[in-house]
Design a protein around this ligand. Structure first.
Ligand code: CTP
Length: 397
């Protein structure tokens, strides 16, 4: 699958940089042409001469060649590449990527690359487990970066745990697998709703919920990576638009209803992942409500978007989500029927680690056909693969 592919390899300053030599060999053996950018620190761990010899291409480190002033164009490197593989990727580089910092050629190339990007993190176990590293990885994943998970084992620090860069052959196999992945959803148009809705009470206050949008964004990312045309109707979240996805931003349940009903006309299916408010203030006060004694809020129900799409489904695929706190399966099955869904993805607030805003989820998928599949606690990206597999199965028929 790598034959003829242009692979740009980014090497950062980690002890695992020595394994970049094996990775270059594996990629070249697979038939790829390899160009390499290194950070200045990476040169301390492995010499450019070693990598240049294996890749049969000169190594780029600086923005320009100090000898003759020749400019190393990050834009043309990004255009040349069919894939940009950053291995090893240090916590420092991952943090900079997540925040758009561009102080090395390796990073400017990341910002201008339009091709799929893969990172193979390598660091000490505590750095990998640190909340900021996890947040940075989650934000890169949400933006469509593929993370080749590190393995567990002995680390350079002498400690043992998760943080050891994936083996070079496994990284090459991962990238090769990506190119081999058939674009199984090519030409399929999918609507995904995600995030919370925000219902104004007055110009200052609102009603909303804790949805982070991460699950819906992971699904949009996975569907797009399989070639689908994805329209993401999103409530207010702090996530970047996943690569290759069109996003429509909405605020209230009514706006989400209008955007979704309109978009669904041209779709082959929809995945309703948004946490839509069930009630909205009957009236929005024009000025800030002043504090005086007891107060109450008059609410009216919002429109049920999933149920509306269910009524106009006409053989198209409709998948809903149910977040429950009790009586989980019975409530989910009831929603499945009531909204005319094909599948409902159930998550329970009873499950530890599968919480709002987190990166993990524990799902059970119940089908209209009576099927039931329960999965272990896994990342939202992994859960998104399960959902995308259902979509694929539906269109195979
Ligand atoms: N949903 C929707 N529009 C709404 C409410 C819910 O599209 N106004 C969708 C959600 O995106 C989800 C499914 O319906 O896919 C179930 O949402 P949930 O809030 O669990 O269901 P409700 O019908 O609102 O039931 P309840 O809040 O009483 O549990």
């Amino acid at each position: 699958m790598l034959r003829g592919k242009h692979i740009l390899l980014g090497v950062t300053g980690s002890i695992a940089a020595y394994k970049a030599a094996m990775l270059v060999r594996a990629l070249v053996k697979g038939g790829a042409e390899v160009k390499i950018v290194m950070t200045p620190l990476a040169k301390e761990f492995i010499t450019p001469l070693t990598l240049a010899t294996l890749a049969k291409n000169p190594i780029l480190v600086d923005f320009f060649n100090p000898e003759n002033g020749e400019w190393n164009s990050h834009v043309s490197l990004g255009e040349w590449a069919d894939a940009y593989v950053i291995a090893p990727a240090t916590a420092n580089t991952i943090a900079k990527m997540a925040h758009g910092i561009a102080d090395t050629l390796l990073l400017t190339t990341y910002l201008s690359a339009r091709c799929p990007v893969f990172i193979a993190p390598a660091m000490d176990l505590d750095m990998f487990a640190h909340v900021t590293t996890r947040q940075n990885l989650a934000s890169l994943r949400a933006h469509g970066v593929h993370v080749v998970e590190p393995g567990e084992g002995e680390l350079a620090s002498g400690l043992s745990g998760k943080g050891r860069m994936a083996e070079p052959d496994d990284i090459a196999a991962y990238v090769s697998g990506f190119f081999g992945k058939k674009m199984s959803l090519k030409g399929r148009r999918m609507l995904v709703t995600a995030g919370p809705t925000v219902e104004a009470i007055d110009p200052v206050r609102y009603i909303s919920n804790h949805s982070s949008g991460k699950m819906g964004y992971a699904i949009a990312t996975e569907l797009a990576s399989r070639g689908a045309d994805v329209m993401l109707v999103s409530g207010p979240v702090s996530l970047a638009v996943p690569a290759g996805v069109k996003r429509v931003d909405v605020v209230s349940a009514q706006e989400m209803y209008e955007a979704s009903v309109e978009a669904f006309r041209d779709m082959d299916g929809a995945i309703m992942c948004a946490a839509v408010a069930d009630y909205t203030p009957a009236e929005v006060a024009e000025t800030k409500i002043k504090r005086k004694g007891d107060a109450s809020l008059n609410l009216k129900p919002t429109k049920d978007i999933a149920a509306e799409l269910g009524r106009n489904k006409e053989g198209r695929l409709l998948i809903g989500f149910a977040l429950e706190t009790d009586n989980e399966e019975a409530n989910a099955v009831d929603k499945l029927k009531r909204k005319n869904l094909d599948y409902i993805v159930l998550n329970s607030l009873q499950d530890k680690g599968a919480c709002f805003g987190g990166d993990n989820n524990k799902i059970t998928i119940i089908g209209r056909d009576g099927s039931r599949a329960a999965y272990p606690l896994e990342t939202k990206s992994e859960a998104a693969v399960r959902v995308a597999d259902l979509v694929e199965k539906f269109f195979e028929k």
